[in-house]
Design a protein around this ligand. Structure first.
Ligand code: FES
Length: 174
């Protein structure tokens, strides 16, 4: 198993996050406009970490988009989350290189270990499990990221071991 630091493209800082005032201003500017729905959703998710129902209602009221349209867009794009995420996001790569190296078995082993489905968060709110496309380090396939760390050359048992160690470190339920 290989352990690597997260690359710079995946890091985020507080400076990357839009603040609530910016979001309010953006909503005001777009009042009555149906344009720019996706940037608005991105902005809201940057602030709240997901798209709370009350914020979706607010966006609907300000832009004139129906709730079903907004939920349709939010569900279509994997970048959007309708529920709060766990403290750490586990991203299991299912890109081509990882897929041929048994990424499905890794994803399944993690679902069994965490007792959650893809896109869901554990009860202790430590992990959210996500399936993603190429993480950009195909030579390490199969790969997953947990928070800022990248783990490559995984086996299902190895992936479960990593998750157990991190959960222990985070003081979560065993
Ligand atoms: S396909 Fe998994 S890292 Fe590229």
């Amino acid at each position: 198993m290989t352990f690597e630091s997260k690359n710079a493209n995946n890091s985020s800082t507080d400076q990357d996050k839009p603040d609530p005032d910016f979001f309010s201003n953006m909503l005001e500017r777009l009042a009555g406009s149906k344009g720019n729905l996706i940037p608005l959703l991105q902005c809201a998710q940057g602030i709240y970490g997901y798209l709370p129902a009350e914020i979706i209602k607010l966006i609907s009221a300000h832009t004139g988009h129906s709730l079903s349209t907004i939920y349709g867009v939010a569900s279509f794009y994997s970048q959007f989350r309708l529920y709060p995420a766990g403290k750490l996001i586990i991203r299991v790569c299912h890109g081509t290189a990882c897929h041929v190296q048994n990424a499905n078995a890794i994803g399944q082993a993690l679902q069994d270990e965490l007792r959650i489905g893809d896109g869901c968060t554990t009860e202790d709110r430590i992990f959210t499990l996500e399936t993603v496309a190429c993480l950009g380090c195909c030579s390490l396939a199969p790969v997953m990221m947990i928070g800022d760390e990248t783990f490559g050359n995984l086996t299902p048992a190895g992936a479960v071991k990593v998750v157990r160690e991190i959960r222990k470190r985070e003081g979560g339920a065993g």
